[in-house]
Design a protein around this ligand. Structure first.
Ligand code: SF4
Ligand code: SF4
Length: 133
């Protein structure tokens, strides 16, 4: 009994093991597997990343009349769904140009809101993809 009181009393003066979240932000670990980033300039449109992705979070979908900065020889546009991504890095491992065309950052995904209509827009891309496969 006395030892429990003594322990409780000494704990009052110790540095807490917890942080005052959200007032104190959580430190981002350097090795954190975060969002996938894409470098269109270096991409050769081999689609290896799309095929390697277990949940199908990467889609290359044909675009009609793409803007000048999105034009490429296959007429495809890269799409990435951070809410489907499981951050496994398989796409980066499959990419012949890792660090230039595709890489994993340590950025965390922001929560989606209802207005983002993430599911609807992704279903539409999947539908377009199926039509052209
Ligand atoms: S990290 Fe994994 S789940 Fe995310 S896009 Fe790459 S292969 Fe897909
Ligand atoms: S694997 Fe790399 S080079 Fe190939 S389509 Fe994906 S991002 Fe582009």
């Amino acid at each position: 009994m006395f030892s429990s009181f003594a322990k409780a009393f000494t704990n009052l003066f110790k540095t807490p093991q917890t942080i005052d979240y959200p007032l104190t932000p959580i430190e981002q670990e350097k090795e954190h597997r975060g969002l996938i980033e894409y470098g269109q300039e270096a991409c050769i449109y081999c689609l290896k990343c799309e095929k390697a992705c277990p949940p199908g979070a990467i889609l290359f979908v044909p675009v009609e009349n793409p803007p000048e900065n999105e034009k490429n020889k296959k007429g495809l546009k890269y799409h990435y769904n951070p809410y489907l991504c499981i951050y496994c890095s398989e796409c980066v491992r499959a990419c012949p140009k890792p660090d230039e065309a595709l890489w994993q950052s340590n950025k965390k995904s922001l929560p989606a809101t209802k207005e983002d209509r993430v599911n609807e827009s992704w279903f539409e891309l999947e539908r377009l993809k199926k039509q052209t496969d």
